[in-house]
Design a binder for this molecule. Structure first.
Ligand SMILES: NC(=O)c1ccc[n+]([C@@H]2O[C@H](COP(=O)([O-])OP(=O)(O)OC[C@H]3O[C@@H](n4cnc5c(N)ncnc54)[C@H](OP(=O)(O)O)[C@@H]3O)[C@@H](O)[C@H]2O)c1
Length: 341
């Protein structure tokens, strides 16, 4: 086997508030030989996702924190460059939980490493619309939101990886779909390209008035991704019997002390008639992934499901790109191109 020099980004220290450059460190190591049953994967694309902020903190959530000195956690799409397993051939395209690094030795039987067909949709799409964020939207809206045709759905972070898919599936299901996004460009995309019925710009509109105008029959489902002011405004216009699948609340992720933050659980839980609201995890639906994967790739290949990506260059700059998720500098799924095939 050839020796590979492997660059990785490790967690150097835990952030207090917003992550800064010093929280990360670039390391170079050598990758030696493979053992029987292993494959060597070269990373082509690295997915950057909001949940990674939680993994940088000490607090244990549904997933263990990344340890200091450990490679930052994350999913990548890549290509098999060496194989000591009958399950994979050199040249196969795969997704894996390799973390932020150029090469990854995977056990061929690792369930988090799986083949994808880069002829069907572009490889990077398996990290977004046809991957974890797309599946989150698919199950979050349909199984947690329990939509009925004619109802009003409000989607936060509407131009993003998850929100853009939630709204488009909502339209398919016959809902009145209202997106909430930041800035003119994203709002125009949500309405004109993705086909949402209405859009509210939370950065410039009067939220209460704009939501009331966009949702004349009140709100039946709020797909929660951001928390904060958007949730406060939505809470005032929820209908009896409404559902709020809590997918995330990004506006709280960089709070210095999360125990003092006012989260969606406070905002919705305090209402006189609280909506059904609970946090869900895409991994809760692991046994049904095949169904979502098929639907999402079918819709993308038929042109029914549109998506937007921000593809940026260079693993070394991943920490800087990561901060874009919290300022909204990304437009759609944020992906780092790590290497050419
Ligand atoms: N539960 C699960 O299994 C699961 C799985 C995947 C994702 N998630 C959650 O889903 C949410 C969306 O993730 P994504 O991958 O689709 O990210 P994304 O929407 O592609 O990117 C994040 C977006 O959040 C918005 N944002 C950032 N800070 C904000 C703030 N303070 N207030 C309002 N909006 C803010 C920005 O959009 P604007 O420019 O429009 O503000 C930004 O572009 C996150 O909360 C994430 O943690 C949960």
């Amino acid at each position: 086997m050839t020796n590979y020099s492997n660059k990785s980004i490790v967690l150097a220290s835990r952030p207090v508030g917003e992550p800064v450059a010093d929280n990360f460190r670039l390391e170079t190591t050598d990758i030696g030989g493979l053992e029987e049953g292993q494959v060597l994967i070269k990373t082509l694309y690295l997915s950057l996702d909001p949940y990674m902020r939680g993994r940088m903190s000490e607090a244990k959530s549904y997933a263990d924190p990344v340890a200091i000195g450990e490679v930052m956690a994350g999913e990548t799409a890549g290509v098999v460059v060496e194989s000591k397993s009958d399950l994979y051939a050199v040249g196969d395209h795969v997704c894996s939980r390799s973390g932020w690094q150029e090469y990854f030795v995977s056990d061929a039987k690792d369930p988090m490493t799986y083949k994808v067909d880069a002829d069907l949709v572009p490889l990077s799409a398996y990290l977004g619309v046809c991957g974890m964020p797309g599946r989150t939207a698919y199950f979050g809206l349909q199984s947690e939101g329990k939509p009925k045709a004619g109802e009003t759905l409000v989607v936060s972070a509407a131009s993003g990886a998850v929100g853009s898919v939630v709204g488009q599936i909502g339209k398919k299901l016959g809902l009145h779909v209202v997106g909430v996004a930041g800035g003119e460009k994203k709002c125009a995309y949500v309405k004109d390209e993705l086909g949402f019925d209405e859009v509210v710009d939370y950065k410039s509109d009067d939220l209460d008035a704009a939501l009331a105008a966009a949702c004349p029959n009140g709100i039946d489902i709020y797909f929660e991704s951001v928390g904060g002011a958007v949730s406060e405004a939505v809470a005032k216009q929820l209908n009896p019997g409404s559902r709020v699948p809590i997918c995330g609340f990004i506006s709280n992720y960089n709070t210095r002390d999360i125990t003092t933050a006012r989260t969606p659980f406070h905002i919705f839980g305090e209402l006189e008639t609280p909506p059904a609201h609970k946090f869900f995890l895409v991994f809760d639906y692991m046994n049904e992934y095949a169904e979502a994967n098929k639907a999402l790739t079918d819709w993308v290949t038929s042109g029914e499901l549109k998506y937007q990506e921000t593809i940026v260059d260079g693993l070394e700059r991943a920490p800087e790109y990561f901060s874009w998720l919290f300022s909204g500098k990304n437009f759609g799924k944020l992906v780092v191109k790590v290497a050419d095939q």
